[in-house]
Every structure is written in C-alpha cells, then in structure tokens.
Write a protein that binds this ligand. Sequence first.
Ligand code: PHE
Length: 457
Amino acid sequence: MVNSVQKAGASPAQWSSRFAFIMAAVGSAVGLGNIWKFPYITGENGGGAFVLVYLGCIAIIGIPIMMAEVMLGRRGGKSPIGTMQVLSRAEGRSRGWVGIGILATLASFLILSFYSVIAGWTMPYIMSAASGELSNISAETSGALFEGLLASPGQLLLWHSVFMGLTVLVSAGGVRHGLERAVTKLMPALFVLLLILVGYATTTGHFGEAVSFLFRPDFSSLTAEAVLVALGHAFFTLSLASGAMMAYGAYLNKKVSIVRTSFTVAILDTCVAMLAGLAIFPVVFAHGLAAGEGPGLIFVTLPVAFGQMPGGSFFALLFFVLLLFAAWSSSISMLESLVSHLHERGISRVKAAIGGGLVAWLIGITTLLSLNVWSDFAPLSMFERFEGKTLFDLYDYFTANIMMPLCAFLTAVFAGWVMKPEHSAAELGQRWHGVWYAVMRYFTPIAVLIVFYTNLG
Ligand code: PHE
C-alpha cells in the first residue's frame, strides 16, 4: 500500500535539499502576515495578551498542524485536492475528505485576491523611497501619503496587476525554478534589515514602552473575538489550512525530518513577526501614532522611522523591496494548490497559472474598491459581527477566522482519527509520533471547537 501511495504520488519535481524546502516553506510563511498584519492586529487587539495567545496558538496548534499538513502532502504526493483523493482512498474512507483539499484551495485563492492588492502597496513605496520623498517625512505627511494611495483606485489597480503578474510568472514556470534560488538570498537579507530597524527602534526612547506593550499581558482587555483572531492568524502566518504547506510537502524528499523542519519554519516565522513588532511599535509610540491604526500601520509608521535614520532612503528602499519579495514568495504558494491541481487534470501550468491569476485578479478589484469607492459598502451589516465590514474586511475575516480554523479542524480529524497511526508514524518517525498523535486527536480539534464556540455566544 505504502508503495502504491508513493508511486501514485511520485512527484516530477522535488526540492533539492532539506534547506531548499525550509527556504520555500519559510518563503511561503514569511510575508505580509508577519510584517504587515501581525503588528496591526496586535495594535487593534491591545498588545501583550493577544501576542501571548497568538504565540500559544503557534506552539500548540500551528506547529502540530504544520507537521500534519506536510506529512499528508508528502504521503499523497499531489496537489492538496489530489492528495486528499489519494489518501482517502488509501485509507479506505469516504471521498468526502477531499473537501479538506477543496476548502484549502478556495481559502488560499481568496487570500491571494486581496493579498495581491496589499502587496502592491510596496511598489509605490519603493518609488517614493527611491525618489527621496520619504526623507524627514513627518507622521502627518506619511499618513497623507498613504491615504492618497488608498484613495486612488487607478494606482491600486496598476500595482495589484503588476503583483499578480509577477505571481503568475513564477507559478507558471513551476515553483522550483527561480523561487528556490531567490528565496535563499532574500529571506536572510530581510531578517538582517529587520534587525537594523529594531536597532534603530531602540534609539527612539520608546523601546521599553513597546516591549511592555507587546509582552506584558493584560488579560482584562482580551476578548473572545481576539482569541479567534489570534488563532486564525496563527494559521495565516504559517501558511496552514490553505493547502500551501500540503502542496510544498508533496515535493519533499522522504528522508527529511518533518518534525524538525516544521519547528524550524515556525520558529523563523515567529522571529520575523516579533522583530517586526519590535521595529514598529517604538516608532508608533515615539510619534504619538495610534497602535490601533489598522491596515495602514506599517505603511504610515515605517517611512517616519526611515526618514529620520541616517541613510534612511536607502534602507527604506531596501525594506520595501524585500517586503515585496517576501510577499511574492508567499503569493506563489497561494496559487500552488490550484495550479498543481489543474495541472494534474491535464491543464498546462502556464494556462492554469494565467487562468487562476486572472480570476484572483478580478476578485482583487473588489478589494481595492473597498478601500475607496466602496468603503461604505458593508453587505453583511445586518449581522452584528460583520457590521461596517467592507468586502475586503469580509474576505479577510472569512478566510482567517472561519475557513482556516475549519480546514485545520478537519485536517486534525483526518490525521488523528481517519488515517491509520502506522501511516502517520511512517512519515513522522516514531520518536515524536506519540505526542503529536495525541495532540491531533484530542487537543487541536477540541481547542479549535472551543474558540469557535465561545465566539458564537
Ligand atoms: N503566510 C503568509 C504570510 O504570512 C500568507 C499565506 C497564507 C501564504 C496562506 C500562503 C497561504 O504572509
């Protein structure tokens, strides 16, 4: 059985090494989620307690789910949809489990549609940095610059289109070409640049304040919804419950330890988010900006920090270029579930990537319009939970807070209850299998259900 499963899934392309997989997985995981989303949702949800819950979700839910997804992907050896077909058949279970693959593919597709719009924002910032426009910029001017960008559907559309084009380009050629090489250089550079920014942040005189904002938990300000947001973000930032890790797992060599590799990826991803927080909040406090500013947080604060640093324009340029690359290596992985699936069905990668990219691009237009022309259009306002949420807010909410937790829940049930333990042990190795298995069977599904349940009340 094992052999036929492996054969059915023999994948045409494999990562050249464990390092290459780690880089691709880190490339997928590290992106706007860490640098753009983490700081702003932390600001909106009051800091410390939220960060602690988020770290807890990464450690005890995210990492085991990552192991499960990479394990399923490697065992099935196909796209997430194909993998779930192979595995449900191999386990002699209902084909309904393919639903996991479908849900994951839909989630990543929907995420791609708005992710591309946000990633597009980096490009006008690259231009502003290059032209010196950001030097000595004040907090007000920076805010106005950002508002100006959001108010212009034409500009947003241009950059959204360019970014989607870049994503399609790599995806059409196959993830291993280019991606592997680029990411191994760019990820370390981003890391170093964040360290420099944190170094600068220590000179603002508000570093201590930021540290206590981020790490001193005040549980009285923690809402049930914030816990759901933290859980959803743990999946989002690790590229889980969206097929990305499953799809990349399919290209992973049998000899590589999934347990060790998952830890490495999750730790690196978390470090980047923490560094981003430490770089941003001191500047926020130093300039009296609002921590709960929302999605514009880094785009408003960081130019102010760069503007005052020696050599700031250069660092700003470098930062936004690296952020663009980080977003790019993430968006490619979002398209992978769909493209690899269409490819299995006989459609060429080029056609699949162009077709998928085009539809995501179209949906993305509704996101960019929510930032201006449709900013008052809140279609689900009759429900209290969705009051005032634009289409963009809703896409974000549905993917991170509903689809991803649901998909992770089903993945845990499949890996913990449906799949035979001998099969998961064969992939994960005996040493850690017992703990992982117990977590998958009991802890993860129950924890996700509790978070959901408390939010319904
Ligand atoms: N993890 C990516 C980030 O933090 C986003 C992502 C989500 C990538 C889902 C792939 C799949 O930016």
